[in-house]
Each structure stands twice: as C-alpha cells, then as structure tokens.
Design a protein around this ligand. Structure first.
Ligand code: BTN
Length: 325
C-alpha cells in the first residue's frame, strides 16, 4: 500500500477511535472500491495492526503497532535461539516474575518476556523501575549457562555491552556504561539491567536478565524526581523509535557476545565492556551499604568486581554500590 493511502486510512480510524467504520465509508473517504479497502486492511494486518471486522458495522483498530508485535520481532530476527520464544503481555507486574515462573516450568534458553507496561517494575537495590505503557522496552531474557554461580555478574556486564552496541546500531547514539550495568547517554540513565538467578549450591538453573530501556518517553513522561537523571532515546534524538527493531538488534548482539563468552570466556567481553565504560580511570565515589569510598576506578576483575584505589593507595574491591563521578 502506498504510504499516502496508509496515512489516509489511519487518519480515518484515528478520527473516530474505538468506533466501527464501514467499508463503504472507508471507500468513500479514500476514493476507492470496497475491494481495494479490504486489500488495504489485509496489508495493515500483515504489518502488525489488529483490525476487528464486524458484519454490518465495519472495521475497528484494536491494536496498532504502537504495541510491540511479537510477530514483528520474530520475522526480522536474525538470532538462532535468543528471542525465538516470546512471551508477551500488555500489562504485567514485572517481566522478571513471569520469566522466573517460566524458567521454573522449564522454558527453553533464550525465552524472552516482554510487556508494554509494568506496574511493579523492579530495579537494583530494591528500587522500583518506572515502566510506562508503550514507551520503553521492558524485557526479561532467560539464559541457562553452564557456569559457576560466581560468574553470573559477567553476563550482566555482557548484556550492558549488547545494549550499548544495539542502541548504537539502530540510533547512531554512542551510549556509555557506568559500573556495574547502567547505560547512560550524556550522563543520564537510558537503561538499567537487573540480573536474578535460580541456582542450587554450585549450579545455575536459570539466569533472568531484566533489561529496561527508555525509548520513546518525553521528559514530561517521567516523575519529577527522575527528570534530571533519566533520559530516553527520543529525548536524545527527538525521534520516535520502533522498539521491535531495537529489540532485534540487542538480541542479536547479545547472542553473538554470549556465544563468544561460552567459547572463549569473559576476557573478550571484559575488553569491550571497558572500552564503553565511563568510569574507568576516573575519580569516583562508591556509596556502599557500609560507607563511601572515594578514589580512582582502576577496572573490573574477571568476576565483575570494581577495583577502586583510594588516596592512600589501597585498592578496594567493590561488589555493590552506587557510583557517582
Ligand atoms: C536498575 O535498577 O538499573 C535495573 C532496572 C531493570 C528494569 C528491568 S525492566 C524489565 C525487567 N523487569 C523488571 O521488573 N525489572 C527489569
């Protein structure tokens, strides 16, 4: 369908949201036959719109691509296993919880859970994660790596690298990583990553990597307390982004990095992570549960621990903290 006709057709539907519009009315407004309208409707369906057709009433759009259409993700997805099994819901408490349940029930590695909105979105350190409807990517990825539990943080770092690379590929924006796994643009947070695992004493059963990406939020979509610290891809480029395309790019990057990781270990991932890291080599303040450590961030260890050298020359191993520069 020409983009002009598509635009007109959409205009007619958006003039009367939630109302049925007869095939005859559509044909009159677009100046074409009812058969042509039927064909256009079929094309829209193929493009991810859900249109309800009711005899004697007409057509109504019940779901437009402002939603993430799982099929839209599947068709353009170049991965072998990551994102091949998609669990999608409009509104959830947290995609993490659903992914955990699926993992427990035996869902395959690579399964992803996506939602348009989370009402109980979770962040690191027991914080909440603001996840407004249709605006972002709220996704949990299920992995089942055969690695010791202590290496699990490496996969969080790997995910941050995949997000940076995926964002760059689709938007051209060069994001950076703030240890351990915040992705920032111009110093403001665009993505948070939360990893949770199910394991017994020595073996990981499943790893749930939760990725929250602020995509199409405008500044006024954020609560006031986040407006100075958070950003979105829209805010940075003044462009609305197709979330399905970003998901595809990130999943492909993540699968490639994961394969490298399983074959060659963490070292190549660590080098990439450090090349995107904002804080390495600079003076930082690490606020831990037990106090503040000020010093130079030296780098990360193979287990993802941040090394900070204080003014007295002592090197501290930081396992969990908030970092400010
Ligand atoms: C952070 O605090 O920086 C981590 C935020 C992680 C948010 C994502 S959104 C998808 C998944 N579901 C959740 O409830 N949290 C993670």
């Amino acid at each position: 369908m020409s983009s002009d006709l598509r635009k007109k057709l959409l205009e007619v539907f958006t003039d009367k949201p939630d109302e049925y519009i007869s095939g005859q009315e559509l044909a009159d407004r677009l100046g074409c036959s009812r058969t042509a309208i039927w064909k256009h409707i079929e094309e829209m369906r193929k493009d991810g719109f859900t249109l309800e057709a009711v005899r004697k009433k007409g057509y109504r759009i019940t779901n437009s691509p402002k939603s993430i259409i799982p099929d839209e993700i599947r068709f353009g997805l170049k991965t072998k296993f990551l994102g091949r099994n998609i669990f999608y819901e409009e509104t959830v408490d947290s995609t993490q919880k659903i992914a955990q349940k699926l993992a427990y029930e035996g869902a395959e590695e690579g399964t992803i859970v996506l939602a348009e909105e989370q009402i109980g979105g979770r962040g690191r350190m027991d914080r909440s994660w603001h996840s407004p409807k249709y605006k972002g990517i709220w996704m949990s990825v299920l992995l089942r790596p055969n690695i010791p539990i202590m290496q699990a943080p490496q996969l969080t770092l790997l995910t941050a690298v995949a997000v940076v690379q995926g964002i760059e590929e689709v938007t051209g924006i060069q994001a950076q990583i703030k240890w351990p796994n915040d992705v920032l643009i111009n110093g403001k947070k665009v993505t948070g990553i939360l990893t949770e695992l199910q394991a017994d004493s020595d073996r990981i059963h499943s790893l749930i990597i939760g990725i929250g990406i602020n995509v199409n939020q405008h500044i006024e979509d954020y609560p006031e307390e986040l407006q100075n610290t958070a950003t979105s891809l829209f805010i940075e480029k003044k462009e609305d982004w197709n979330r399905a395309v970003i998901i595809q790019a990130i999943l492909l990057k993540m699968e490639k990095l994961y394969t490298i990781y399983l074959e060659n270990g963490f070292y190549p991932i660590k080098l990439l992570w450090e090349s995107y890291a904002l804080t390495i080599g600079t003076r930082i303040t690490a606020s831990t549960l037990t106090g503040k450590i000020v010093g130079k961030a030296l780098g990360i260890t193979d287990d993802g621990v941040l090394l900070v050298e204080d003014e007295q020359g002592t090197t501290h191993r930081i396992y969990s903290a908030d970092i400010s520069v």
